[in-house]
Ligand binder design. Structure first.
Ligand code: NAD
Length: 299
């Protein structure tokens, strides 16, 4: 018999992920607060339901893809209190990006009730969610990781176990802090070259074959017109918004406070993205994060 999944949070990411579970043969009970997202999920073959508690009845897995840690804790513990109604045999996978402390709290409360939980945040944006090519970073026991794998394989191309509950979030935060750092560094280097008379395409080609090569330069060039099909060549339409990068950099700062780690480059990147968000009279938070290039460019 086909396994049943309750999917909570059918937004930009969750919508595509739930559709891929249907394609892989899972029966999906879908819930979101927004009617339009429920309708899209129904069109993709999910069964829309009118509340989260109904969604989890009799399921084998619960997958959530929600905006932030406060909402995740509310859905599982303090508000909808799903942990009180999820079947004991089910496995819970929270794929939202939240603080490791949020995941550890939900994981501990789940364990108290005899339930199994993993955090499984993702790398890859809306296109990867729709294409089923996300990378998952999982925090949980080895046994729960093995149970989670068939569900995650249906939505992603790469699935890693980072460690125990919360470790998936730590991996996600480290990855995105590094992404912010190499994107700002790439924008800075390209601007220095342009200001000194170089064509950004020529400079990019040189650095791609030199020691400055990195993912931002290779896949996501921040200068308009250098690369086709990236946000920079489409008026910085996201993609991955400045506001979401700021959320992840704030989570990195929180984690560094707890562990007393020095993150001077991550802190500088967060300040640069904040400065960019508030620069030029309009809120840049909704633009793609590669628009950090505009902070460096001369009028
Ligand atoms: P989104 O805002 O598009 O989707 C979130 C959905 O959750 C919305 O449809 C909203 O209605 C729903 N929701 C909110 N509260 C709810 C509740 N109590 N019950 C049920 N549904 C509820 O956000 P998104 O872009 O899909 O991001 C989701 C998560 O994925 C975030 O944690 C984000 O940081 C992470 N993420 C996003 C991207 C990206 O590129 N968008 C990439 C990687 C990770």
């Amino acid at each position: 018999m086909n396994k049943t999944v309750a999917f909570i949070g059918l937004g930009n990411m969750g919508g595509g992920m739930a559709a891929n579970l249907v394609k892989a043969g899972f029966k999906v009970n879908a819930f979101d607060l927004m009617e339009t997202n429920l309708k899209a999920a129904a069109d993709a073959g999910c069964t829309p339901v009118d509340c989260a508690k109904t969604a989890v009845q009799g399921v084998d897995f619960v997958v959530s893809m929600l905006p932030n840690g406060a909402i995740v804790e509310s859905v599982y513990i303090d508000g909808d209190a799903l942990l009180d109604v999820i079947p004991k045999a089910a496995l819970i996978l929270d794929c939202s990006t939240v603080a490791p402390a949020n995941s550890r709290r939900v994981g501990a409360e789940a364990e108290k009730r005899g339930l199994s939980f993993v955090d499984a945040p993702v790398s890859g944006g809306v296109a990867a969610a729709a294409a089923g090519t996300l990378a998952f970073m999982v925090g949980g026991t080895e046994a729960n990781f093995e149970r989670a794998k068939p569900v995650l394989d249906a939505m992603g191309a790469n699935v890693f176990r980072a460690g125990d509950v919360g470790a998936g979030q730590v991996a996600k935060i480290c990855n995105n802090m590094l992404l912010a750092i190499h994107m700002t560094g790439t924008a800075e280097a390209l601007q220095l070259g342009m200001d000194n008379g170089l064509d950004p395409k020529v400079l990019s080609d040189i650095m791609l074959k030199s020691s400055g090569c990195n993912w931002s330069l290779e896949k996501y060039n921040p200068v308009p017109g250098v690369m086709d099909g990236v946000p920079a060549s489409n008026d910085y339409q996201p993609g991955f918004m400045v506001d979401l990068m700021l959320k992840d950099l704030s989570l990195a700062m929180e984690a560094s406070v707890g562990s007393k780690s020095s993150i001077p480059m991550g802190t500088a990147a967060r300040n640069l993205f904040n400065l960019h968000k508030n620069s030029g009279g309009e809120d840049k938070g909704l633009k793609d994060f590669s628009s950090i290039q505009q902070l460096y460019s001369k009028p």
